[in-house]
Write a protein that binds this ligand. Structure first.
Ligand code: 13P
Length: 232
């Protein structure tokens, strides 16, 4: 699905679901939009609302009835155990987020997941090198965001064999303390250097024009969570 988006030069918004109501509404919307859907679930953060198994059963139920392609994606999996469970329950795509580790450890953990997932027909998104920080500390002294470096990203993809890469180019998770500034030059450089689809985290409140440019200038999937929850 992401390869097709990349070739077409546009992106999908991946909405992070937290309850069955999210899923019902998304599929209603999908009927009108008639486009593929990435149903993302951040099991390790939201399992008090919905368990991984429940999310998988609900997602698979709706995906089977849908007339379009639906990917069931595990968002921000940090533990190999969660990832293994997600795959066993029928998730078609998983994210390994080892972005808090150093480069070597991130490569080791991502590679382990890639080997496990690929053997079971599941695709893998990874995060690095760089870090998408929180909007709360955006552009302040406590901001821990790190922009993705081109050479490191290239090496990371070669070493891990990952299917898509979440990059850090100026967005942040949650709402922003100040106006987001996207580094489009870095996006272009990364897009040039890598063959695989690129993912943008922290889509909420990043500005319509910024997101439009990201979607047409190299990003294939944009994750959105906070805006929907706040609106609800
Ligand atoms: P926002 O909450 O900023 O939209 O970020 C969502 C996200 O990136 C989930 O992976």
């Amino acid at each position: 699905m992401l390869e097709r988006l990349k070739a077409g030069g546009y992106a999908l918004v991946a909405l992070i679901i937290m309850t069955i109501i999210h899923v019902e509404l998304l599929f209603k919307l999908l009927k009108k939009l008639n486009q593929p859907l990435v149903l993302s679930f951040a099991a390790e953060v939201h399992d008090s609302m919905l368990s991984l198994e429940e999310a998988a059963l609900i997602g698979r139920y709706y995906a089977e009835k849908a007339k379009v392609d639906v990917a069931l994606h595990l968002d921000h999996g940090t533990k190999f155990d969660t990832i293994k469970k997600a795959i066993a329950y029928g998730f078609t795509s998983v994210m390994i987020d080892a972005s808090s580790c150093d480069f070597e450890e991130n490569v080791r953990r991502t590679k382990e997941v890639v080997e496990y997932a690929h053997a079971r027909g599941v695709v893998v998104e990874a995060m690095r090198i760089g870090h998408v920080g929180s909007g709360e500390t955006y552009a302040t002294d406590e901001d821990d965001s790190i922009y993705t470096e081109v050479e490191a990203a290239k090496k990371f993809v070669e070493l891990t064999g990952v299917d898509s890469l979440a990059i850090s180019i100026g967005t942040a998770h949650g709402h922003y303390k100040s106006t987001p500034v996207i580094n489009f030059e870095r996006l272009h450089e990364i897009r040039e250097a890598l063959d695989i689809p690129l993912v943008l985290h922290g889509g909420s409140s990043s500005g319509d024009e910024n997101l439009r440019r990201c979607a047409t200038e190299g990003i294939s999937k944009i994750n959105v969570f906070t805006d929907f929850v706040v609106a609800a």
